[in-house]
Ligand binder design. Structure first.
Ligand code: SAM
Ligand code: DTB
Ligand code: SF4
Length: 352
């Protein structure tokens, strides 16, 4: 057993879950001296998690492009001229082949994204078959399909879906500057349906869209003040896609990313905080700081949805250099090397 667990008792009192955060409080947290903030985040992290272990999720875009929504960051919106084609929903076979590859590479969760405002009930039939098939491979499942009705959320839960991803993206105050085709309230309502159906919630946001620190504080409050903290909180750094309105946005100070991850860890101590989009452009050192700040999950694989991700070779080398193990799926049919449930089959040695 790791030292983290024994340390837990001494700091548990500091890391009780709260749902009454104010934006002023969150902004003060974000603005703490950097080392104080990181110490608070490490303390919270070690009370609940093994700090030397991360979770790996692999993404697949099952329906790309042509989305009717106008999200200012997104390559897939039909409102933007991004050179991205509109594709049909992938076949079940294609999805399962991608899921098998993700599993072989060491991922424990397979996340499927669709460029829909919301799924039709017919769309959902196809996605349910994908969820069932991926689950049968021994992987956790996550889908992100846009807005859901309560009944659709229940159907997904009945099919055995583990997580539903639906990001708040930014603060309620800044939201209208990024998206006009739906409201913040729409997002909150889908999250309510997801929770009511008994699905685990994956919800976070995007940094570097021109928002201020107070917006980041406000977004974290929205997430932390939900009736239950999301089990998974993806923190994306904007991937600037040519042709989108946010292309050319001023680059975020990387320390603001680290601060936001640290504050997310303090405010939602039991959540997996995922260092999500944007890693391809990050240095190893910046990523290491994010892990120190409490990030304990990443998207793993060559691609995100439509853009490049940090590749698995680079990731495995980085994890080995940092002594980070990662969670492995509980797979009875898995080859022996993965059976240690600690390290991937082909992780290079730390000295490499
Ligand atoms: N259409 C569904 C929706 O918006 O809910 C699901 C797919 S959408 C691509 C999922 C999430 O990806 C968005 O909510 C946003 O947070 C993130 N995302 C999309 N484009 C991004 C970009 N260029 N950079 C960073 N994150 C991005
Ligand atoms: C999330 O928070 N980030 C992922 C996932 N949830 C669906 C998507 C990132 C997309 C990055 C841009 C792209 O590849 O299109
Ligand atoms: Fe459509 Fe989702 Fe992209 Fe918005 S983020 S344009 S809803 S795919």
């Amino acid at each position: 057993m790791q030292a983290t667990v024994t340390h837990a008792a001494t700091v548990a009192a500091d890391t009780a879950e709260r749902h009454d955060w104010t934006t002023d409080e969150a902004e003060a947290l974000l603005g703490q001296p950097f080392t104080d903030l990181l110490f608070a985040a490490q303390t919270a992290h070690r009370a609940r998690f093994d700090p030397n272990r991360i979770q790996l999720s692999t993404l697949l875009s099952i329906k790309t492009g042509g989305c009717p929504e106008d999200c200012g960051y997104c390559s897939q919106s039909a409102h933007h001229d991004t050179q991205l084609g509109r594709e049909r929903l992938l076949s079940l076979d294609a999805v399962l082949a991608a899921a098998r590859s993700a599993r072989a590479a060491g991922a424990t969760r397979f996340c499927m994204g669709a460029a829909w405002r919301n799924p039709t009930d017919k769309n959902l039939d196809s996605v349910l078959a994908m969820v069932e098939g991926v689950k049968d491979l021994g992987l956790e499942t996550c889908v992100t399909l846009g807005m859901l009705t309560a009944a659709q959320a229940r159907r997904l839960a009945d099919a055995g879906l583990d997580f539903y991803n639906h990001n708040l993206d930014t603060s309620p105050e800044f939201y209208g500057q990024v998206i006009s085709s739906r409201t913040y309230q729409d997002r909150l309502e889908t999250l309510e349906h997801v929770r009511a159906a008994g699905l685990k919630t994956c919800s976070g946001g995007i940094l570097g869209m021109g928002e201020g620190r107070r917006d980041r504080a406000s977004m974290l409050c929205q997430l932390a003040n939900l009736p239950a903290h999301p089990e998974s909180v993806p923190i994306n750094l904007l991937v600037q896609v040519e042709g989108t309105p946010l292309f050319g946005s001023e680059l975020l100070d990387p320390f603001e990313l680290v601060r936001t991850i640290a504050a997310a860890r303090v405010m939602m101590p039991g959540a997996y905080v995922r260092l999500s989009a944007g890693r391809d452009d990050m240095s190893d050192e910046l990523q290491a700081l994010c892990f120190l700040a409490g990030a304990n999950s990443v998207f793993y694989g060559e691609r995100l949805l439509t853009t490049a991700n940090a590749g698995s070779e680079r990731d495995l080398a980085l994890f080995a250099r940092l002594g980070l193990a990662f969670e492995t799926a509980d797979l009875p049919d898995r080859d022996a090397p993965g059976a240690c449930h600690r390290h991937p089959p082909s992780a290079p040695t730390a000295a490499g």
